[in-house]
Design a protein around this ligand. Structure first.
Ligand code: NAD
Length: 642
């Protein structure tokens, strides 16, 4: 288990539509009565509404907040705060306005009510970045944390399309970097993945229609989650680069985040492939870096630092500044690596090449419709299985942007799988076996008791009601091969013999063929039903089985060939053992030292089932006259009681 520490930040969140008008009661809740309202000209209409609602609580307004919180502006606002003896700051605006409120709070401890109008997420963090003499310094202080955050979806409806996209990408950056933070924890992981998924689906909808209230709601909620992640865990390369580009080169905050994010992800990809696979899945893209780039390109965002006005000649200095002090990042940060990253970002190159594709549409309505169509399924279990199957199938198609041609190929494959199946050939079982699904179901069903014999897949060659045989019979009926004396016992978990257990055995001949595959053979051979004696034992003669290929002349064989897999099964004998009061055991015993034990094509081999088929010594059992080497298989099966 990985240890973790999660510190929840204090603070109250009010989320909804029209919640702006609840700010006065929040001020009252804090026991304050003299408000300094921070609000810039771009949110003037909302500021007027708020001012009217605050009434006499409002003592002064300040409209000069600027990006990256310049210390000179903070000093001016501080003077206003003091001059009017304000005892509460209400900030209405984006991250810049929030930043000013936080800067005032760390200097005076004045409580803050923040009403965010972008997706920057600053309102959820104890972080404060300030610029002085052209350098941006960040500090973390509990005093910077707002007491109350009021999210009002209505206020975001006017946020211009371009700013919505870049600010949404800013939130996405918090979520992505939280997932590979040096001190991850399951709480931020869950919030971050939810945020990534929501942002990827809401942004295209907002780009198409900025007044889409539903998409705006989802994006604002995602921004809250992403901001919470930013406040809970440390960020890496991406935030450091944006910090440098914003603080030292004056680039705009959200657009810089938007442009840099795909390239920072691509840089870190070799170090955290699994994390970025989860990001890609949440995005609904095949690759995280390209997926983020496409999201940006197809929603109309800027894709290059060139567009943001950074001179190409500054790239080397930017790389130098961004690598001057060490900081945690999954992949070591080198000046050359960062310069290459910045060059890609400057030119707006798509990570991995290729051209951006249209964003994957949100098809959850369609999935929901299909799921709802199962509402009247009588059985709970059946409904849940069907529902989840549809969700997984739709999700699979959407994640991979499945084409009609690909789906037609899949249908054709399944059709051929059905057509080649018959009474004596089961291609669907082969498919399930070679995809490992039979083993998954087998392990789920049968292998949950540690002191019983492991189970193994049934395979396609079992035939019900095999011919009865007696102890000592030769089930090979004289077929060529190395004779094998099988002497096995069936017991319960404690080793008590189980008499009269019904044991079906079946196996291939010395060339790897089962009787079903040899139509010229007269009747069943190398398959039999025996019963244990009072001591739980049974014995019979057979032959040593070889490794053999599963039938590979059908669609499953072609699939294996197409992916470079061999079709061989490790050599084995099948057993199916039933006894009243015990769970039925279906298993296989594998020949120790046999071929393909570590690459069995149906993933059926388990350590406890690999057995020495020892060379036979002394007189062959049962008085069988043998003038050639023979082998002996001895094994005890332990069955689980029901
Ligand atoms: P911003 O606050 O500067 O807003 C960008 C522009 O959009 C401004 O001109 C603003 O007036 C306008 N605007 C805001 N809301 C609007 C609306 N609803 N309708 C129309 N116009 C609107 O930019 P931002 O991206 O929100 O925030 C960036 C700042 O926040 C940076 O200074 C950054 O360092 C800081 N930040 C800090 C943290 C933190 O945790 N400390 C986190 C994220 C961002």
């Amino acid at each position: 288990m990985k240890e973790f520490v999660y510190t929840a930040q204090p603070g109250r969140v009010v989320f909804g539509t029209g919640t702006l008008l609840r700010v006065p009661e929040e001020v009252d809740r804090l026991g304050r009565s003299r408000v300094l309202l921070l609000a810039g000209p771009r949110v003037a209409a909302a500021a007027e509404l708020l001012a009217a609602a605050l009434g006499s609580r409002l003592v002064v307004r300040f409209a000069g907040a600027a990006m990256h919180t310049p210390v000179e502006v903070t000093e001016q606002a501080l003077e206003v705060l003091r001059e009017h003896s304000a005892d509460c700051v209400v900030a209405l605006g984006g991250g810049s306005t929030t930043g000013l409120a936080k800067a005032l709070a760390v200097r005076t401890d004045v409580p803050q009510v923040i009403v965010p109008t972008t997706y920057a997420g600053s309102e959820m963090t104890p972080l404060l970045g300030e610029t002085e003499h052209g350098r941006k310094m960040t500090r973390s202080s509990p005093a910077a944390l707002p007491e109350v955050v009021v999210y009002d979806v209505e206020l975001t409806l006017d946020l211009p399309r371009d700013l919505s996209v870049t600010s949404g990408l800013n939130a996405l950056a918090h979520a992505v970097e939280a997932l590979y933070a040096p001190e991850p924890n399951p709480v931020t992981d869950a919030m971050a993945l939810e945020a990534v998924s929501a942002i990827a689906r809401a942004l295209p909808a907002i780009a198409a229609d900025p007044s889409d209230v539903d998409a705006r709601t989802r994006l604002l909620r995602a921004a809250w989650l992403a901001g919470t992640c930013l406040g809970a865990v440390g960020m890496g390369l991406h935030h450091k680069l944006c910090h440098t580009l914003g603080g030292s080169f004056g680039l705009p905050h959200a657009p810089t985040h938007a442009v840099v994010l795909p390239h920072a992800i691509a840089y870190n990809a070799p170090a955290v492939p699994e994390v970025l696979t989860r990001v890609a899945t949440a995005l609904g893209a095949e690759d995280a870096a390209a997926g983020v780039f496409d999201l940006l390109a197809t929603t109309g965002g800027p894709v290059s630092l060139r567009e943001l006005g950074l001179p190409e000649a500054e790239l080397a200095r930017a790389a130098e500044l961004a690598t001057a002090t060490p900081y945690p990042n999954p992949r070591p940060v080198t000046p050359a690596g960062i310069e290459a990253l910045l060059a890609d970002a400057w030119h707006g190159r798509r990570p991995g090449g290729g051209v951006s594709r249209r964003p994957v549409p949100d098809l959850s309505w369609l999935t929901d419709q299909v799921v709802a169509s199962f509402d009247r399924t009588p059985g709970d279990r059946e409904r849940r299985l069907l529902t989840d199957l549809v969700r997984q199938l739709h999700g699979f198609a959407i994640r991979h942007d499945l084409t009609e041609a690909e789906w037609a190929r899949a249908i054709e494959f399944l059709t051929r799988t059905g057509q080649i199946s018959s009474d004596i050939r089961q291609e669907f079982i082969l498919l399930s076996d070679t995809l490992g699904l039979s083993s998954v179901v087998d392990l789920l069903t049968n292998s949950r008791t540690p002191d019983t014999t492991p189970s193994a897949v049934l395979g396609p060659f079992y035939v019900d009601n095999p011919p009865e045989a007696r102890h000592g019979d030769d089930i090979a009926q004289g077929l060529d091969g190395t004779p094998l004396w099988v002497d096995v016992q069936v017991t319960d978990q404690a080793g008590q013999p189980i008499p009269a257990a019904v044991v079906d055995v079946w196996q291939s001949d010395k060339d790897g063929h089962y009787d079903l595959q040899l139509p010229d053979l007269d009747g069943p051979v190398l398959r039999a039903r025996l019963r244990t004696g009072d001591d739980g034992r049974l014995t019979f003669w057979s032959i040593v089985p070889p490794a053999y290929p599963i039938p590979d002349d059908g669609p499953v064989g072609r699939l294996l060939a197409a992916v470079g897999r061999h079709p061989y099964r490790a050599p084995h004998v099948h057993f199916m053992i039933s006894a009243p009061g015990f769970r039925r055991l279906v298993t296989q015993l594998f020949v120790a030292g046999g071929d393909y034990l570590d690459s069995d094509t149906v993933f059926g081999v388990k350590e406890g089932l690999i057995v020495d088929f020892e060379p036979g010594t002394g007189a062959p059992p049962g008085g069988r006259p043998l003038d050639r080497p023979w082998r002996r298989l001895t094994y005890t099966f332990h069955l689980a009681r029901i």
